[in-house]
Design a protein around this ligand. Structure first.
Ligand SMILES: Cc1ncc(COP(=O)(O)O)c(C=O)c1O
Length: 394
């Protein structure tokens, strides 16, 4: 294992602070490292591996498309998997049209471009885009500029202009920033990287009303909170608010890279041929993966499971908070949960790993729980027992 880690240090740009284990296998909610140590996985590749490891339907579908010999054909031609995946997304969201790409940041780049082009349809061009403080939208220039956290931006200025940030859940402050120059507002229904912070449904309703009055596009970034993680296909379906545009990635492909921008009829004629493209977007391999995930979500049982196990998990975390003063707050919905601590989470994460659990932070003080959606109550019990032991030592 050490040899591999040393080799990694020789060959990778130092963009990641990696943990010193080499993962090699997975089964359901457990992963195994190259020395045979097993870990219960609260990370799931950062909210990606929603069907868990070694799902037989997923493996069989990928095998089939590989055996057919055609993984990619470009968007010069149609392929049935992309059409099927887009149809599932339409059905699940009630929205109108889909654009496939490869990642969350790229889905948000698409939405930013769509918003700016939409802004040009007005007699006085609208260019301002408002996003939320402590949001995270990705690492490419547009998405990074949309991100409401200086730490991701400060080394890379100048940023894309005319993107401003407003505090989440503060409607007055947002309304003050909205003008005749505003084309879009971007919101994560639950902020992931920003610390598992939920948008208040009343705030979202007010924003929806304002967007309707001012003809502003409401864009929901569902890259992390979508795809069944909250117990609904998309997190906004827990509210009475429907976006004009939503962006997806992460769990959409259960580990095969894919992103999507889904657009309602209000904005589905903004782009014309040539406005936007992605070579790999919608290829047969990634869309086969998406079809398996979306079919599973459509069937309903997985979502019911997320609601039941998510409620149990949150309840167990709240009980843990009663006996551990280091826990400040329990937050989140479904299987997107956060534990805000009174201390830094990094030592806790390291200790959890030693006790057989993978977990990731969301900011300096929040432990983030985004496990495979197939997690069972007894797995939750295992997590709580490890946490209780680790937090007891803090
Ligand atoms: C809400 C949200 N949007 C966008 C992104 C960027 O996605 P990707 O890393 O696939 O580019 C992330 C990644 O964590 C995210 O959580």
């Amino acid at each position: 294992m050490n040899e591999m880690i040393n080799m990694a240090k020789e060959v990778f740009l130092p963009t990641y602070a990696q943990f010193p284990i080499v993962l090699s296998k997975g089964d359901k909610v457990h992963v195994t490292d190259s020395e045979g140590n097993s870990y219960i996985d609260m990370v799931a590749g950062i909210a990606v591996n929603s069907l868990g490891y070694n799902d037989s339907q997923f493996t069989d579908a990928l095998k089939e498309v590989i055996e057919n010999g055609l993984l990619h054909c470009s968007n010069l031609y149609y392929n049935r998997y992309a059409v099927e995946a887009a149809s599932y997304l339409k059905e699940l969201s009630g929205m109108d049209k889909v654009f496939f790409c490869n990642s969350g940041t790229e889905a948000n780049e698409g939405a930013l471009k769509l918003a700016r082009k939409y802004g040009k349809s007005f007699p006085v061009v609208r260019e301002k885009i408002i996003t939320m403080e402590s949001s995270f939208h990705g690492r490419t220039y547009g998405a990074m500029s949309a991100t409401g956290q200086i730490k991701y931006q400060k080394s890379f200025t100048p940023l894309v202009p005319k993107i401003v940030h407003s505090p989440l859940n503060d409607f007055e402050s947002l309304a003050d920033k909205v003008g005749d120059d505003t084309c879009a507002i971007f919101i994560e229904v639950i902020q992931g990287e920003g610390g598992i912070k939920c948008a208040d449904p009343v705030f979202l309703s007010k924003v929806r009303k304002l967007c309707d009055e001012k003809e502003i596009l409401l864009v929901f970034d569902e890259v992390q909170c979508g795809m069944g993680r909250t117990g609904k296909a998309f997190a906004w379906q827990n509210t009475d608010v429907v976006p004009d545009v939503m962006t997806l990635a992460k769990a959409l492909g259960n580990g095969v890279p894919i992103g999507a921008m889904v657009v309602s009829s209000k904005a589905s004629d903004v782009f014309s041929p040539g406005d936007h493209a992605a070579t790999f977007g919608g290829n047969l391999l990634s869309c086969t993966a998406a079809c398996v995930v979306l079919k599973r979500i459509s069937e309903g049982a997985l979502l019911e499971h997320v609601v039941a196990v998510g409620a149990y998990f949150k309840d167990q975390l709240e009980q843990l908070a009663q006996t551990h003063d280091v826990i400040k707050e329990v937050r989140g919905l479904g299987l997107m949960l956060g534990l805000e601590l009174t201390c830094e989470v990094r030592p806790v994460i390291d200790m959890c790993m030693k006790e057989g659990m993978l977990i990731v932070g969301a900011g300096a003080n929040v432990l983030r729980f985004v496990p495979p959606l197939i997690i069972e109550k007894e797995d939750v019990d295992e997590v709580i027992s490890i946490l209780s032991s680790v937090l007891g030592k803090i």
